[in-house]
Write a protein that binds this ligand. Structure first.
Ligand code: GLS
Length: 823
């Protein structure tokens, strides 16, 4: 990997010093003492001790970057799925062992105390977790970078099951405050909304002035992001919304206490909750306001910093500032920057547009049509009247100058490329706006980036052939191996250099040991121990007893039809049926483990959760099958649960319909931790197979071309139902009351959907999947072959280090360089 990182200085600290610091904070920060302190107080005291180093790093990094003429990147994302920070911060500072020993000395258990920390679940799934891995890598690579997002009061809902059905409960991640955030009221911004646009004439010139009718205050909360080694500590800046003035005193004094208070409540709703949708469009006014709120506050913050370093001459703004749009969610930042440059700073349209395009780059994360954001023009006009005018202008210049030059007189192509979609209600296409206003557009895995060019933006790709590129996603090996899998990490460290969490390619040294009997034994012993730990987690969370000798077959991701958890379910039912028909059916015992939240309004996804839970209940209690099959649906899947499960997984289910999963990142985490992928040729699975070797993954099913051909021919799911007896039998099973005693038909909706529409071709891939699962079973029984395949996965995944992804962005898109903080 092209990187020239110097070894970072780690805090020099002894166990007694750490103890002393924790005790000091227990007394003076928490106001309690050893004998009385709760686990939560210990947790906060440790955080305060860690923060002494973290804040040092924050200041050091800020001083290094302040006023420098170095280009910085601003990563704009509506989601950052951070999880917990303590263990990661300890690892990145090189203090984990010291803290562990210090707490043992104090008669406490660090691992228990770590459990006190609530997850920071300010994201839905892969997209939000990617942003979290990326800011870890930006800090590790010493890049001048800031993450910008929203300080949601409530993150993603907590999931419970009631009689097998998902129930959503509010998330309270900062009910008692958070140890990691610092409020920076001195850097607050004002964000305008609604109102009208006036044309003002001055000295023979006209100029547009936006007269907003409401304003909000944006208050920044900074979360320090500790790079590996602790040298660089970057910032994630999250904006909280508040009323412009807490009370309208005039209204208040005239007896309108409630009216005055109502305004502040309304203002605060903007950063109240994360929209719990993943890969679906929200389409709500509040969501648009959230998008604008954080985009506008972030741009104002970037401007403020620029001006304080360089004065009011903005000519170097684009040279010094890159902004990355994490999906289209912050796309409104494009007209916002135009508005500032043209309306407030007096630039010509031409110059402002050149600067804007040189600043923004856009990452596309999905091709699913339901996720491509479109806002009603009328809504944007109401909430952001000046921005709507600017979008019109961007569009008309784009169509008249660029599209017309390439395709003269072709109205059809103009209609297709227009940022405004015509129809009974005009809509603003945020994907088109993002692509037009950015210098670079990237997809997140090779196949996905090809499909972005071929299917999503073919004309734009013809117009600007160099604009579209790929940056395959990645994961931080610090969290997803070093911190979450200490056993495997210490085994690895016996064989490769200790800096592997930065230079993951060093794990390739393990390939030479893939056939080594002693290493295989050690490697599989680690897996077994991790599984034994997880058996307890399963028991605690669900009461289900499973054996660590069974295959742990894991599907963890959001619940969505395209991810096909129901394909997994049908296969489980088929195995169950085979066992009922023939109790001697030869099957290595298997535990199927699911973790998934469904968007609260996504009906079928919730039906699939219900069906899995009902089938699980029946199978887990059926003595006839002799514990050969267990099904566990873990409630409230989240980052901290993933960190426990991934090290214990044997099989990684990556079974989306080819062409639908843009990349996936769970596939990378599981493979790195030695789970064998059973997957389709989709997203990053393809690159995982390339890296790990096709012998070390199990690929099955239709590829993108097959899917297209079948669609063109006319897909008839009922044909598969009729022609495969086993498939027919398990689908029919869903109609009766076998799984829902006394209540027949409760699971019928899943069956009906599959037979009548099956948009993601579950039935077409069933047979291939079922055969692929037999291969998994056979491979697992061959202990040596399995161990070899698992080791080869761990040894081969350097490409999926998020440092590599960020290095790609830095070199090819942002054009920024490392600026290590001075000690
Ligand atoms: C997603 C994709 O669905 C994932 O395949 C991808 O790994 C992730 C990060 O790029 O982005 N897009 C999305 O809207 N949610 C996702 O998780």
């Amino acid at each position: 990997m092209a990187t020239n990182l110097s070894a970072a200085p780690q805090p020099q600290l002894t166990v007694p010093q750490f103890k002393e610091s924790v005790l000091k904070h227990l007394h003076s920060t928490l106001g309690t003492y050893e004998e009385k302190a709760s686990q939560q107080a210990w947790n906060q005291a440790i955080a305060a001790a860690i923060n002494e180093f973290v804040y040092d790093g924050v200041s050091r990094t800020r001083k290094t970057h302040a006023g420098k003429g170095t280009r910085a990147v601003h990563y704009l994302s509506l989601e950052f799925l951070m999880g917990r920070l303590m263990s990661n911060n300890l690892q990145n500072l090189g203090l984990y062992e010291i803290a562990d020993a210090a707490m043992t000395d104090l008669g406490q258990s660090l691992s228990d105390i770590l459990e006190e920390e609530p997850d920071m679940a300010l994201g839905n799934g892969g997209l939000g977790r990617l942003a979290a891995c990326f800011i870890d890598s930006m800090a590790t690579l010493s890049l001048p970078a800031i993450g910008y997002g929203i300080h949601y009061e409530h993150g993603l809902f907590r999931q419970e099951f009631y009689k097998g059905r998902q129930v959503e409960r509010p998330d309270e991640w900062r009910e008692f405050g958070s140890s990691w955030e610092i409020c920076r009221p001195e850097s607050q911004q004002t964000v305008k909304l609604y109102g009208y646009v006036e044309t003002v004439y001055e000295q023979g010139q006209s100029r547009k002035v936006w007269r907003p009718s409401r304003t909000l205050r944006a208050i920044p909360w900074d979360i320090p992001i500790v790079g590996y080694g602790g040298q660089n500590v970057n910032i994630l800046r999250l904006w909280e919304s508040r009323a412009d003035k807490f009370f309208d005193w005039d209204v208040f004094n005239s007896g309108g206490y409630l009216d005055a208070y109502a305004e502040s409540v309304q203002a605060e709703t903007v950063s109240k909750v994360l929209y719990p949708n993943d890969e679906t469009e929200a389409g709500k006014e509040l969501r648009l306001i959230q998008q604008y709120f954080f985009s506008a506050a972030s741009i104002a913050d970037v401007m403020r910093r620029y001006k304080s370093a360089h004065g009011n001459d903005l000519s170097k703004f684009a040279e010094l500032n890159a902004m990355q749009l994490n999906d289209t969610h912050p796309a409104i930042a494009i007209p916002e920057l135009m508005r500032i440059l043209v309306d407030e700073e007096g630039f010509t349209w031409h110059d402002a547009w050149t600067m804007t395009r040189a600043t923004f780059a856009y990452t596309n994360h999905t091709l699913l049509p339901e996720a491509l954001e479109r806002w009603p023009l009328k809504l944007i006009e109401k909430v952001l009247p000046r921005h709507m005018e600017i979008i019109f202008e961007i569009n008309s210049r784009f169509l008249q100058d660029e599209v017309e030059a390439k395709w003269p007189g072709d109205d059809a192509v103009k209609r297709k490329l227009s940022i405004i979609e015509e129809g009974s209600a005009q809509m603003v296409r945020m994907g088109n706006l993002s692509a037009v206003g950015s210098h670079t557009v990237n997809g997140v895995a090779q196949i996905h980036s090809e499909l972005v060019k071929k299917d999503l933006f073919p004309e734009l790709n013809a117009l600007w052939p160099t604009k579209f590129t790929n940056v395959t996603n990645g994961i931080t090996p610090r969290r997803w191996m070093k911190a979450c899998n200490p056993r495997l990490s210490s085994l690895i460290e016996k064989h490769v250099d200790a800096d592997w969490p930065r230079y993951l390619e060093k794990l390739s040294g393990l390939k030479a040991l893939a056939d080594d009997a002693a290493f295989q034994k050690d490697y599989m012993a680690v897996k077994q121990a991790n599984k034994e730990d997880f058996v307890k987690v399963i028991r605690e969370l669900t009461g289900i007893e499973v054996s660590a000798d069974a295959i742990f077959d894991v599907q963890i991701k959001r619940l969505h039809e395209y991810k096909r958890q129901h394909l997994n379910l049908l296969h489980i039912m088929a195995l169950y049926r085979r066992l009922l028909i023939d109790p001697n059916y030869d099957l290595h015992p298997r535990v199927f483990i699911f973790g998934a939240k469904a968007a609260p309004g996504y009906r079928l996804a919730k039906e699939i959760i219900f069906a899995i839970n009902k089938v699980a209940e029946k199978i887990n209690n059926d003595v006839r099958i002799n514990n050969k099959l267990k099904v566990v649906f873990l409630p409230n899947y989240r980052v901290s649960l993933a960190e426990k499960l991934i090290p214990a997984s044997d099989v990684s289910e990556q079974i989306s319909l080819a062409g639908k999963e843009a990349s996936g990142t769970g596939n990378m985490k599981l493979a790195l931790n030695g789970a064998i992928t059973i997957g389709t040729m989709d997203g990053a699975n393809i690159e995982i197979a390339e890296e790990a070797g096709t012998d070390n993954v199990v690929i099955f099913g239709m590829e993108v071309d097959d899917v297209e051909a079948l669609l063109a021919k006319g897909y008839q799911p009922a044909d598969y139902y009729r022609s495969n007896d086993e498939l027919k039998a398990v689908l029919d099973w869903l109609d009766g009351d076998f799984f829902t005693p006394g209540e027949p038909g409760l699971l019928s909706e899943v069956k009906r959907n599959l037979i009548e529409s099956d948009s993601f071709m579950v039935l077409a891939d069933f047979e291939a999947y079922s055969e692929a699962q037999k291969k998994i079973d056979t491979l697992y029984r061959d202990k040596k072959a399995w161990a070899r395949a698992a080791i080869m996965n761990t040894a081969s995944l350097a490409k999926f280090n998020s440092d590599r992804s960020i290095q790609d962005y830095a070199e090819n898109i942002w054009h920024i360089k490392a600026v290590p903080a001075k000690s």
